[in-house]
Design a protein around this ligand. Structure first.
Ligand SMILES: C[S@@+](CC[C@H](N)C(=O)[O-])C[C@H]1O[C@@H](n2cnc3c(N)ncnc32)[C@H](O)[C@@H]1O
Length: 243
């Protein structure tokens, strides 16, 4: 059973939090630019949240891949309820190969599940090998540039982020906790790797260009001091890479 099988619906509910829209989605699509006509692979697609948005943004095809059967069930349920033409595969991303190269690989919170540098290079290599030569790899990640010092409350945004050691060492768990509507919570762990380790992993996987894309706030929210703490210590970051 994959880690997300037991928290799938709680995680799905968390996609309704305001930061998901005004910071996360805004940053990802700003980093992506125009996806019109692109053949897209969405690795670690979860319940298909971004798979569907990518298709709605004009991608010609989008295939979502996730290791959690329950996440894929939720994604397929959305597709059945309101068909967009997205397709889904349950697989570990590390073992997945598309039948033909794609224009764009998207991975929102996949790389931060690599427990070791070798796993990180392996995941980057899958992304590299899935792309046509002029393709792009764009994603979201736990932010290794701003590791949590102890337990950091982002509760006004809907979650907490914690690491038992500061500064963290390679492979240390970064624990997230999201309170849920029924008074309980969902928890999951990402794994820390330094920015230099990411840089080297992309290089070793065959990406010649890799850059971080710091989060940006939806201009519709500009001037709202509610976002100041989040933007001062952003727990998440985007990136973009080209072979
Ligand atoms: C934080 S969720 C993100 C889901 C989705 N990308 C989103 O942004 O809503 C992380 C997802 O990664 C999946 N995952 C973790 N490791 C994976 C792997 N090795 N291969 C495929 N999926 C993986 C989990 O099952 C989970 O659905």
């Amino acid at each position: 059973m994959a880690e997300y099988d037991s928290i799938a619906s709680g995680y799905s509910d968390s996609k309704q939090l305001a930061f998901r829209d005004h910071v996360e989605r805004h940053t990802l699509f700003r980093t992506l630019g125009d996806v019109g006509g692109a053949r897209v692979l969405d690795l670690a697609c979860g319940d298909g949240f971004y798979t569907r948005l990518l298709k709605q943004a004009g991608a010609s095809s989008v295939t979502g891949v996730d290791v959690s059967a329950e996440m894929i069930r939720l994604a397929e349920e959305s597709e059945r309820r309101s068909p967009l033409g997205c397709s889904y595969v349950r697989s570990d991303a590390a073992d997945f190969r598309p039948s033909e190269p794609v224009d764009l690989v998207v991975a929102a919170y996949l790389l931060n599940y690599a427990r070791t540098r070798e796993e990180l290079v392996g995941l980057c290599r899958v992304c590299r090998d899935s792309l046509r030569p002029a393709g792009r790899f764009v994603g979201l990640n736990d932010n290794p540039r701003v590791p949590p010092a102890g337990s950091v409350s982002y509760l006004k945004y809907g979650f907490e982020r914690r690491c038992d050691r500061f500064p963290p060492r390679e492979g240390d768990p970064i624990r997230y906790m999201f309170p849920t509507a029924d008074g309980s919570s969902i928890e999951f762990a990402n794994y820390y790797h330094s920015p230099a380790t990411y840089q080297a992993a992309f290089r070793d996987a065959g990406f010649r260009d890799f850059r971080w894309a710091p989060v940006s706030l939806d201009p519709a929210q500009a001037g709202d001091s509610f976002w100041d703490d989040f933007m001062r210590s952003p727990p998440i970051i985007a990136f973009s890479a080209e072979p």
